[in-house]
Design a protein around this ligand. Structure first.
Ligand code: S3P
Length: 164
């Protein structure tokens, strides 16, 4: 699962894994476990580059994993290497939401360092635009606006039927 912050990668990922009878892995959670600190702390103490290195390290280790739904962090697709790795691991599903919708979903959540002190529809729109080509590099793109987790999972499973 790829997608911008607040597009529902984790909630959809957990439910999708349940429905498919697959394991589930949250990449950000694995990174914090390995680093022994929160995403905010990694960014503040070690820098974004260190966080991105950990992201690549963890994704590289997933190439042997089978029957798993993996939710990536919103920026995991920035590096070409990561996008290629994700493509080689399996089916890449990208979740989509408008800047306005993302803002409403994450505005009171302080756990995202890249939006710290600049949480606004405008910033989100700019970042989304910059990252659009990376998110577009997916096997399947699902718009999540106006849909609940079950709707999105249902739409994904319908699409996966022809792909697995
Ligand atoms: C990031 C998204 C976050 C987390 C980190 C960086 C990004 O994950 O990996 O704060 O660059 O978009 P979520 O998409 O799960 O919020």
């Amino acid at each position: 699962m790829t997608g911008f912050m607040g597009t529902g990668k984790s909630s959809v990922g957990v439910k999708l894994a349940q429905v498919l009878g697959y394991g589930y892995c949250d990449l950000d959670f694995s990174i914090t476990k390995r680093a022994g600190k929160s995403v905010n702390e990694i960014f503040a103490e070690d820098g974004e580059c260190r966080f991105r290195d950990l992201e690549t390290e963890l994704i590289s280790e997933m190439t042997e994993i089978d029957r798993q739904v993996i939710s990536t962090g919103g920026g995991a697709v920035i590096r070409k290497e990561n996008r290629e790795l994700l493509r080689s691991i399996g089916i890449v599903i990208n979740l989509v939401a408008s800047p306005e919708e993302v803002f409403l979903r994450i505005k009171s959540d302080a756990s995202r360092p890249l939006l710290k002190n600049k949480m606004s529809v405008e910033t989100i729109a700019e970042m989304l635009q910059e990252r659009e080509p990376f998110y577009a590099d997916a096997d399947l793109r699902i718009d999540t606006v106006g849909k609940n987790v079950e709707d999105v999972v249902h739409e994904i499973t319908l699409n996966l039927k022809g792909m697995m």
